[in-house]
Design a protein around this ligand. Sequence first.
Ligand code: TLP
Length: 379
Amino acid sequence: MPALGYERARRAANLSTHHNTFGGMHDPKLAFAASHRSTPLIDLRSDTVTRPTPAMREAMARAEVGDDVFGEDPTVRALEAEIARLAGKQAALFVSSGTMGNQLAIALHTRPGDEIIVGDGAHPAFYESGAAPVLSGVQFAFAGAGGLFDADAMEAAIKPRAYWCPRTSLVCVENTHNRAGGRVFPQSAIIAIADRARTHGLGVHLDGARLWNASAATGVPIDQLCAPFDTVSLCFSKGLGAPVGSALVASHEHIERARRLRKMWGGGMRQVGILAAAALHALEHHRARLQDDHDHARELAQRVAGAPGLHVDLAGVETNIVNIDTDAPAEQIAARARQAGVLVNATGPRRVRAVLHLDVSAAEARAAAEQLAQAAAQP
Ligand code: TLP
């Protein structure tokens, strides 16, 4: 274990407190405390914090590369072919982030002045820096409450076809749903939403940043989960543990338009096979273990749910995310947990989020639950 302890201490020294999904500010005192501690850190802020494994780094180092703007990077081509095959779509485009995948899709389906329907707390509305109004000139309409919604709620959000109303042109579904605590969007609801959307002439997009987790939790293959959608964004840099990268999958026509937009937005990358190799490695080696993260999340949730001052809707813990409601201010719980070596994000005034991932063992998940309980027990 000494190597692990050293690695954790090194990470602590590099830590920033900026990554707060609710929007808290950088706190120099906490950053100092984090960088001068001797206990190892358990980082549950996000599944984006994983570091590439030695085997992944080796795959990256060995990657054959070329200029991908010229379409000449063999590893990118291999990744795009593989991801299109897995998703059951005609084509795929490797992009820098889930945000870029979502924003390209929104641009493909809309015109300035349009409105797009999303669920409560949808990532493009909450966490993409206002990109959709800026890049595509669209505004949001929200369907249902809590993130998941059904076809009736979607239909109720469609604006009348009058020239004085925004034109509703797209519905976006998020599976799993981040702010809903990693909930799996029921596939029967998705099929009904997509069918109803098409009767109204809407495009249908899936933010599948964590579709891998939905597939692991339900046993439904990725292509089936993608089938109702015109466009899907899939991330390699969340639970799969790649350092960078997402893919947009869709028809040939959509992908060729997205390729032009990606270049226009500065997202054309050159010898990017180094990153595609990490994604291919993650697809091959890290998918089968996602259920471990779900098991760890459940165990953490069960332990935390019994602690005074902390509340968890256990039925809602379906994948690798645990939303914990707190009697005390969430920032206070997060700050105390940090002092004890456990990092969680405050995602609301009385809510913290813990995300399990491949750098957190079962023992660490249990230890984190204990520290969170202690943080809530302090007067
Ligand atoms: N989510 C991040 C933060 O942005 C909140 C996280 O830590 O969970 N869709 C969904 C559902 C996401 O959760 C995320 C990232 C994205 C898209 C965007 O991915 P990136 O960060 O690659 O742009």
